[in-house]
Every structure is written in structure tokens, then in C-alpha cells.
Design a protein around this ligand. Structure first.
Ligand SMILES: [Zn+2]
Length: 55
């Protein structure tokens, strides 16, 4: 379980880290391709964990 939480927090940290440091995200005030990819990864991990918790 802790491993899954780690995967989730890692995915979120990667996304937040990118948004914090990405110049394009700051300049456009809209997520760039990398940001979208990281956010999608984070959502996928979260969804997978929720499904496992429900099942
Ligand atoms: Zn970006």
C-alpha cells in the first residue's frame, strides 16, 4: 500500500515540480505538453488506486 502511495505522491511531485519550474507553463498560464503528460500520469495512478480500493 505504501508503495502505491509513493507512486501517487511521486507522480504528483513530478507534476508540481514541473509547473513550478517550467517557463512555458508560467508564461502561457496554461499547461504545456509535458505538464499535460505528467498530469495525465498522475490521474492514471490515482484512478488505478481508487479502482483497487473499491474492488
Ligand atoms: Zn510546462
Amino acid at each position: 500500500m505504501s508503495t502505491e502511495n509513493d507512486a501517487l505522491s511521486q507522480a504528483r511531485a513530478a507534476y508540481e515540480d514541473h509547473v513550478r519550474t517550467c517557463r512555458q507553463c508560467h508564461y502561457d498560464q496554461s499547461p504545456c505538453a509535458v505538464s499535460k503528460h505528467l498530469l495525465r500520469t498522475y490521474n492514471n495512478v490515482r484512478r488505478t488506486q481508487r479502482q483497487r480500493a473499491a474492488g
